[in-house]
Design a protein around this ligand. Structure first.
Ligand SMILES: Cc1cc2nc3c(=O)[nH]c(=O)nc-3n(C[C@H](O)[C@H](O)[C@H](O)COP(=O)(O)O)c2cc1C
Length: 204
């Protein structure tokens, strides 16, 4: 099976991580059957015990990598407690991995509002109805909550719940990994240095 990415070329020549990430994400939109922006998001609880789950990357730029969630969920409470997180993308068909870690910021209300209003109506209702990560007595209880919020917001704009917003991970490091034969993979890690980045090649 071919191991080269769709872009070809030697990614280890890259001297800047954001353009390379954008290229790999674009490649993934063509290669992955669904959710090319799916990413494992790791956090730690108050005891330092790690936790991880998949989320969807909704934005990225020089400021960082943005995901949206319920701030009262397990992940919400864990990230608000430490203001640190890590992410790991794996695009199986491209045999590529990207890892990021660093401090986390909460996105502005304006940014969260503007993303929330782009979501399908059902998802906006769902953000109100789901008490994410807390015990749910039955599927019926969830459907009842959905019906109640649908009746509360039958038409027009649905306000963003105060407990629903975005986290922006500001990477201190971004590592790119690509499969090579005999487990002799290429790994390049970019570390933030002032306004720029330093690049280091790592043993596989
Ligand atoms: C592909 C995929 C994408 C997901 N995207 C999100 C997301 O963007 N935000 C979110 O809150 N949960 C998302 N989830 C659900 C989370 O994995 C998780 O079940 C939920 O957020 C509760 O996690 P927590 O209890 O650790 O807070 C996604 C799950 C999958 C499998």
């Amino acid at each position: 099976m071919a191991t080269a990415g769709l872009t070809g070329g030697d990614f280890t020549d890259a001297d800047e991580p954001l353009a390379l990430f954008g290229q790999w994400l674009e490649d993934a939109t063509r290669s992955e059957p669904n959710d090319p922006n799916a990413v494992a998001l790791a956090s730690v609880d108050a005891d330092g015990l790690p936790d991880v789950r998949m989320v969807l990357l909704k934005d990225f730029d020089r400021r960082g990598f943005v995901i949206y969630t319920n701030f009262e969920s397990a992940k919400g409470r864990e990230i608000l407690g430490s203001m640190k997180a890590a992410m790991c993308f794996h695009w199986k068909s491209l045999r590529r991995q990207v890892r990021l870690r660093g401090p986390v910021e909460v996105v502005s209300d304006e940014e969260a509002d503007s993303y929330y209003q782009t979501r399908p109506r059902g998802s906006r209702i769902g953000a109100w109805a789901s008490r994410q990560s807390r015990p749910l007595e039955s599927r019926f209880a969830l459907e009842k909550a959905v019906a109640e919020y649908t009746a509360r917001y039958p038409i027009g704009e649905i306000p963003r719940p105060r407990h629903w917003s975005g986290f922006r991970l500001v990477p201190e490091t971004i590592e790119f990994w690509h499969d090579r034969p005999f487990r002799l993979h290429d790994r390049i890690v970019f570390s933030r240095a002032g306004d720029g980045w330093t690049k280091t090649r790592l043993y596989p």
